[in-house]
Write a new protein. Structure first.
Length: 246
C-alpha cells in the first residue's frame, strides 16, 4: 500500500489515463477524488473503484469551479497530498486552420486549467508538509507533429510550467513532475480515426511495436505520487515505447 493515508485529486479521471491512474492510486491505498465534466463517466468510474473513490463534477478551466472542487475535497478529507493534472483536449489543426475558439479552448484546459488546479491545492499541500503534483504532458511537449499546432504549443507550455513550479516549491517539499506519453489507446486518440496505413505508420514510430495502454502510464504516476520519489522534482518522463529515443 504505497499511498496509504494519502489523498489524491485526478482531473479527467472518468476515462483513459486519468481513470487508470485513479484505479492504481486506490489500489495502493489512497483516497481519490476524480473530476471532469462528464457525470456519467465519473459515476461509472467511481462505482467501479469502490469506497476509496469519490466523483465530483468540475470544469477546471473555470476558477470558481476549481475552488468549489478543492473546498469540497478539503471538507471531506481535510488534506490534499497529490494532484494529477491529467485533463486535456486535442483539437487538430495547423496555424492557419485552427480557429481562435479552438486555440483558446486548448489553452484554457491544457494550460490554464493546470495552473488553476495547482494554485488552489498548493496552500493545502504546504499545510500538510509537502505533496506531489504530476502534470500530464506529451511527447509533443518535446517533439513536433503535423496538424497539432495548438496541442503541441499547449503541451510545451505544460513542460515549462512544470520546471518553473518545481523550482518555486522544492524547498516546501512540494514536488512537481511531468509525464509525457506517446500514443496511448484512449477515447481521445480513438476520436481521430486511423485507417490501416496511418495506423502502421504511427506504430512504426514506437520501437516497442505497440501503442501504449493507460495502465502503462499509471505505474509511473504511482511512483511519482509516493514517497519513493521524494528526491525527484522538475523531471520529465517520456512513456512512449521508445519514440523519443530515436
Amino acid at each position: 500500500m504505497r499511498l496509504a493515508g494519502k489523498m489524491a485529486i485526478v482531473t479527467g479521471g472518468g476515462s483513459g489515463i486519468g481513470r487508470a491512474i485513479a484505479v492504481a492510486f486506490a489500489r495502493e491505498g489512497a483516497n481519490v477524488v476524480i473530476c471532469g465534466r462528464d457525470n456519467r463517466k465519473l459515476d461509472a468510474a467511481a462505482s467501479e473503484m469502490g469506497p476509496r473513490c469519490l466523483a465530483i463534477p468540475a470544469d477546471i478551466s473555470e476558477s470558481a469551479s476549481v475552488e468549489q472542487l478543492v473546498n469540497a475535497v478539503c471538507g471531506r478529507f481535510q488534506r490534499i497530498d497529490i494532484l494529477v493534472n491529467n485533463a486535456g483536449v486535442l483539437l487538430a489543426g495547423t496555424a492557419e486552420s485552427v480557429s481562435e475558439e479552438q486555440w483558446n479552448q486548448t489553452f484554457s484546459i491544457n494550460v490554464r486549467g493546470m495552473w488553476l488546479m495547482a494554485r488552489s491545492v498548493l496552500p493545502h499541500m504546504r499545510a500538510a508538509g509537502g505533496g506531489s503534483i504530476i502534470n500530464m504532458g506529451s511527447v509533443l511537449s518535446m517533439l513536433g507533429a503535423p496538424n497539432r499546432v495548438a496541442y503541441s504549443a499547449s503541451k510545451g507550455a505544460v513542460l515549462a510550467m512544470t520546471r518553473a513550479m518545481a523550482l518555486d516549491h522544492a524547498a516546501e517539499k512540494i514536488r512537481v513532475n511531468c509525464i509525457c506519453p506517446g500514443i496511448v489507446e484512449t477515447e481521445m486518440v480513438a476520436a481521430f480515426a486511423m485507417d490501416e496505413n496511418a495506423r502502421r505508420q504511427r506504430l512504426a514510430l514506437h520501437p516497442a511495436g505497440r501503442f501504449g495502454q493507460p495502465e502503462d502510464v499509471a505505474g509511473l504516476a504511482v511512483y511519482l505520487a509516493s514517497d519513493e520519489s521524494s528526491w525527484v522534482t522538475g523531471a520529465v518522463f517520456p512513456v512512449d515505447g521508445g519514440l523519443t529515443a530515436r
